[in-house]
Each structure stands twice: as C-alpha cells, then as structure tokens.
Design a protein around this ligand. Sequence first.
Ligand code: LRY
Length: 234
Amino acid sequence: MTPTAAHSVLEAIRGRLVVSCQAYPGEPMRDPDTMRRVAEAVAAGGAAGIRAQGVEDLRRIRAALDLPLIGLWKDGDGDVYITPTLEHALAVAEAGADVVAVDGTGRQRPDGRSLAETVTAVHERTGRLVMADVSTYEEGVAAAEAGADVVGTTLAGYTPYSRKTDGPDLDLLARLAADLTVPVVAEGRIHTVEQAGAAIEAGAYAVVVGTAITHPTTITRWFAERVTSTAPRP
Ligand SMILES: CC(=O)N[C@H](C=O)[C@@H](O)[C@H](O)[C@H](O)COP(=O)(O)O
C-alpha cells in the first residue's frame, strides 16, 4: 500500500465505528461465508471498517466489501495468540487486510522476533499498516516506539498482569490517547452505545465493537440471565 492509501484507510475510520466479526472455534457461525455475510450486514448499518480473523474470512470479506479491513489470525494456545508470528502477519496482509493487527504486548513471540522487528518486516514486505493490540499503558508506549501505526486497547484485561474493568478500560484509553502521537483505538468489552460514546469522548480515534454486535450466543446469554434472574420464582 502506498503511504497515501495507508493514510486514507486511517482517515476512513477516524471518529467512526469498526465492527469485529469473529466466531470462535467449534461455534455454528465459525464459517468464512457466514462472517462475510455478517460483515456485509454491519456495513449496511454504518460500520466504517471491519475487523476479522482468519485468512479465509479475510479473503471473503475483502472480496465483498470495499471498507478498511483490520485483519488478524488467532493461532496457537500460547500467551501470544493474536497474529503470533511474522508468517501469520504476512498471510493476513496477503489475504487483503489493510491493517494487520498483532499482539502488541512485550511477551515473547513464538518466532523469537521482537514487536519492532515484526512491524518493520510487515511494513517493508507488504506496505500494510500494523495495529498493536496492547494491555497496558507501558505496552502502548512501547508499541508506538516499535513503529506500530495504530495502538488498540484490545488486550486490556486479557493478560495476567493487566486490570480487567467491567466495561472498556477508559482510563487506559484516555492516557494512551493523550500521550501517543499514533491513533489509539478503543477495543474490548464495549457493550453499549453509551460505552462507545464514552470511548470517543475519552479520546479514541475509532471504536471497535465485536461481541455486542456480532456474537449472538453471548448477547443471548446476557438477556437470558437477566430474564431468568428477574422472573418471579414459581
Ligand atoms: C482479547 C481478544 O482476543 N480479543 C479479540 C480480538 O480480536 C476478539 O475476541 C474480541 O471480540 C475483539 O477484540 C472485540 O472485543 P469485544 O468482543 O469485547 O467487543
């Protein structure tokens, strides 16, 4: 991608909603064509960009939609599972992602490359942008220094050493947004429109929502639990 194209990808999501379309292994919706349909459905509702997982899902979504596409490949059962190696990152770019999302924590990557080496190789070999998914303020600062084009709060609450807030970690988001020069994207546990608005108010460049829009099993569970726990006992 040329620098101009990269710039326009970021411009297209500035102040907008990106929807993450993912199903998990073994689930009924874990199917690339289903995810392509979900992506088209959220695009119709005003999603300015799509985040998706897996090479085949990305290929189908790329072919169907002309929207900024943030791609990742979840793989392995280690700590680092979001696009864990450079090979995964190159495959994600090859599948058509405009932005390659990678684990942006400081943890050991399975291929032994540092985050900076990974970012540099993605830039040099594909010209695509890199989004670093981080869990703490320090990781966000380090990821920007490592050359990441975008930093996301995606992993806040999902590393053993980070705080898991009930909703999005707005405090982390605000600190990163205030201190970094690269765009900071709010992602993770944004479950209501109010939280999405609060994320933009806290300085998010864009807001990524997944589960609350595209994961019916979880959404159903929220409703079912409330109904069951509120219903009068027979
Ligand atoms: C921690 C992790 O692996 N997050 C993943 C990253 O792509 C996805 O499972 C999330 O659904 C995504 O980040 C969106 O977040 P939420 O579904 O909370 O809106």
